[in-house]
Design a protein around this ligand. Structure first.
Ligand code: SAH
Length: 242
């Protein structure tokens, strides 16, 4: 997987991705992550990447020439996605889509954003990390890089854990417990030491349903409500379904 990031703050991307799982993906060769600074494609003495908006108004806009020039020099993997609050909302499904390809590229905006001609004539799409406004695309890019990296082959400590996680089957994840069994007089649920693996699996699924019904009824709705089998599971563990 190759990911190219275009940013006027490449160090933010480099420093963060040197650590943790993304760092491991990079050193093991599973992930080829490259950063490119539009400033390196400027031709003026001051290496100018921004300018004031035509028509007036606050802030600065990233100029088109350095961005077009650096992208043309690099010929990065496509799709080239602009980080933008106007983009398609990033989620686990989108991460899985990106993880399936050989690579993609991310263009980080700053200030008021990029000149519209970059959006009209250079990029392939726009991606948002949610209805919130950041000061730059770098943190959004890192969110995407981290979510995609952990889906790459060989990246999760336990290959099965990705299938079990939140959103994997349209549900939030069940609760986890570890030692000590009793902490401040709060005990872990008995079913978890029953040794009955099938029952543990049923309990986990029932708890995932319970949590999703409480927090994200929209997710339950999206998968067409509860099946007869799921209703039975909830009943088995005393979970109210209406
Ligand atoms: N004026 C713009 C916001 C610019 S914020 C507007 O109102 O839409 C500066 C840059 O931060 C953007 O160009 C984009 O690259 C990044 N950014 C801000 N919020 C983001 C979000 N929710 N998702 C992805 N990128 C975002």
């Amino acid at each position: 997987m190759r990911i190219d990031v275009f940013t006027i703050f490449p160090q933010l991307i480099q420093d963060f991705t040197a650590a943790s799982l993304v760092g491991r993906a990079r050193t093991s060769g599973v992930l080829d992550l490259r950063t490119h600074d539009p400033r390196d494609a400027t031709t003026d003495k001051h290496r100018t990447v921004d300018d004031t908006p035509f028509g007036g108004g606050p802030g600065m806009v990233l100029k088109p020439e350095p961005i077009f020039a650096i992208v043309e020099q690099v010929a990065p993997p496509r799709p080239l996605l602009l980080l933008s609050p106007s983009g398609r909302t990033f989620n686990q499904e989108y991460a899985a889509e990106l993880a399936q390809g050989d690579g993609f590229s991310l263009l980080c905006g700053r200030y008021e954003g990029v000149d519209q001609r970059v959006r009209d004539h250079l990029i392939d799409g726009e991606v948002s990390i949610g209805d919130v406004v950041l000061s730059g695309g770098e943190v959004a890019a890192l969110t995407i890089i981290e979510a995609v990296s952990r889906l790459l082959p060989g990246m999760m400590g336990n290959a099965e854990s990705a299938d079990d996680e939140s959103f994997a089957d349209g549900l939030l994840e069940y609760p986890h417990y570890t030692r000590p069994w009793s902490f401040n007089d709060w005990e872990a649920p008995d079913v978890l030491r029953s040794g009955d693996h099938a029952r543990v699996a049923r309990w986990r699924r029932a708890k995932a349903l319970e949590l999703t019904m409480a927090r994200r009824p929209d997710l339950i709705e999206a998968r067409g409500g509860l099946s007869a089998e799921e209703l039975a599971l909830c009943e088995e563990f005393g979970i109210v379904t209406d």
